[in-house]
Design a protein around this ligand. Structure first.
Ligand code: HEC
Length: 120
């Protein structure tokens, strides 16, 4: 029993010290914010990305899930609701586009546009 307690103590110290290490280094989120400082993303930056990767399924009158990604209004609303970042990251939402992936550069432009409040 004593041995077990000792092992558990050592384990938990190990785990907490690991956590401290990761939180002192910058997170992906920080890196994105830093990289966005040099990117002035407006709708003109991201519109071609939507057109090339999303609009074939997401345009009226038969938009997938009722989501129209062919206009600034609907797209910026989606961005400001957090939903767009969620599908682009594909972690807690259904990943979009469903097949294939955006290039790193397109993804970064999208994320920076969202973080900047989806300006026109
Ligand atoms: C091949 C067709 C297709 C493409 C391309 C596509 N989507 Fe979708 N999308 C769908 C379908 C179908 C759904 C409905 C969700 C489902 O799969 O059940 C959907 C759902 C969504 C949703 C709602 C998800 C939710 O959880 O509410 C969002 C937001 C979205 N798509 C954004 C995008 C974006 C942004 C792109 C481009 C980067 C994209 N989609 C590309 C077919 C597509």
């Amino acid at each position: 029993m004593k041995k077990l307690i000792l092992i558990l103590t050592v384990l938990s110290i190990g785990i907490t010290s690991c956590k401290k290490q990761t939180s002192s280094t910058s997170t992906t989120e920080d890196k994105e914010v830093n990289r966005c400082e040099s990117i002035d993303a407006t709708y003109a930056t991201v519109e071609p990305i939507f057109k090339a990767n999303c609009v074939k399924c997401h345009t009226l009158p038969r938009a997938a899930d009722g989501i129209d990604l062919n206009s600034y209004e609907t797209t910026s609303n989606l961005a400001n609701s957090g939903k767009l970042a969620c599908v682009l990251k594909g972690e807690s939402c259904k990943a979009m586009p469903p097949m294939g992936k955006l290039s790193d550069q397109d993804l970064l432009n999208m994320i920076c546009w969202i973080k900047g409040g989806a300006p026109k």
